[in-house]
Design a protein around this ligand. Structure first.
Ligand code: PXL
Length: 310
């Protein structure tokens, strides 16, 4: 019948019109992190946040864990080091290109070297490379982090356009003794400039505070030459996964056209909103930040950015 005929035609029309070659896409990202099944950090945070920001995100999982390593014991850990280059090679074969490359938690010194190589393969003239040098927090290095990884992480940061360490990581990278805070504005600026001296054009620091009751982030764009601080009311407690949440939202803002300070302000507010909900509603913060209900807010902010920075 005619109806059946039309129905059979329809998918052919749609498919032929929608075949788009997998070439360079604006607002795209290759996210290189582990995937921890429970605990909401790394890829289980980067993927939803970047998608919400309108960024087409591909993932290169460095390891599969049952949970993240912060606060849980007995977690499983499946290392995927041997899969990294074959996966990236396949993407090269099928013509993948990415506007941004974003690395986070890495499991070994060997993995850091492979990520450097993958950066080299996919970096183009205008690629934005973000390195979150995930190494530790609260003055302590994570259980999986070994001293051999230090020089590799410094090298990887040197190849980034933007780095996003917390205070623990920044001090470790710069060989400074860890200071639990409070910090002076001069100290914060010195650390940000020290990070940029390692190679990246931009540095963003999390976990900064000048006085009790406040906590936030600071950013420095060496091309603009000014540091900016973004402070929010401190909410007591320790919140796993919020560094990844912040870095992902920051990258989303930058890819949507925001200058660094605007992206940093937005990502700081998004993270603070999430922490507030986690504080109110989560009996056990190890299970991750309650960010989902704040994604619509983030999505709206990204739409505003696209309108204001076409
Ligand atoms: O959020 C950083 C992170 C990522 N991945 C794994 C982790 C952590 C922090 O503890 O353990 C596996």
């Amino acid at each position: 019948s005619t109806v059946l005929h039309l129905f059979q035609q329809l998918p052919i029309e749609i498919f032929t019109k929608k075949v788009i070659p997998m070439n360079y896409r604006e607002m795209s990202c290759l996210a290189i992190h582990d995937i921890s099944g429970v605990g909401k950090c790394s890829l289980t945070v980067a993927l939803p946040v970047l998608s919400c920001c309108g960024v087409e995100t591909s993932v290169l999982p460095t390891a599969v864990l049952s949970t993240h390593t912060g606060g849980f014991t007995g977690f499983t850990y499946r290392d995927l080091t041997d899969d990294l280059l074959p996966m990236a090679e396949h993407w090269k074969q099928v013509g993948c290109r990415f506007q941004s490359l974003y690395s986070g938690f890495l499991g070994s010194a060997g993995q850091i070297g492979l990520v450097e190589q993958i950066f080299d393969w996919f970096r183009e003239e205008n690629t934005l490379v973000m390195v979150d040098p995930v190494m530790g927090d609260g003055g302590k290095l994570y259980k999986t982090y070994t001293p051999e990884m230090a020089s590799g992480m410094a090298r990887l940061c040197g190849r980034a356009d933007i780095v996003v360490p917390n205070m623990t990581e920044a001090c470790h990278l710069l060989g400074r003794p860890y200071n639990p805070g409070p910090y002076t504005q001069g100290e914060i600026e010195e650390i940000l400039q020290g990070l940029c001296a390692m190679g990246p054009k931009m540095a963003v620091l999390t976990g900064v505070w000048l006085q009790k009751g406040a906590l936030g982030t600071a950013c420095y764009d060496s091309q603009v030459g000014e540091a900016k601080l973004f402070l929010t009311d401190r909410i007591e407690g320790f919140y796993h996964g919020t560094g990844d949440l912040f870095a992902s939202a920051l990258l989303g803002g930058l890819l949507n056209g925001a200058p660094l300070k605007e992206a940093c302000a937005l990502a700081t507010e998004f993270t603070w909103r999430t922490i507030e909900t986690t504080f109110e509603k989560s009996p056990d913060h190890r299970f991750g930040p309650k960010f989902e209900c704040h994604l619509p807010w983030l999505g709206e902010k990204m739409e505003e950015l696209r309108k204001n920075h076409p």
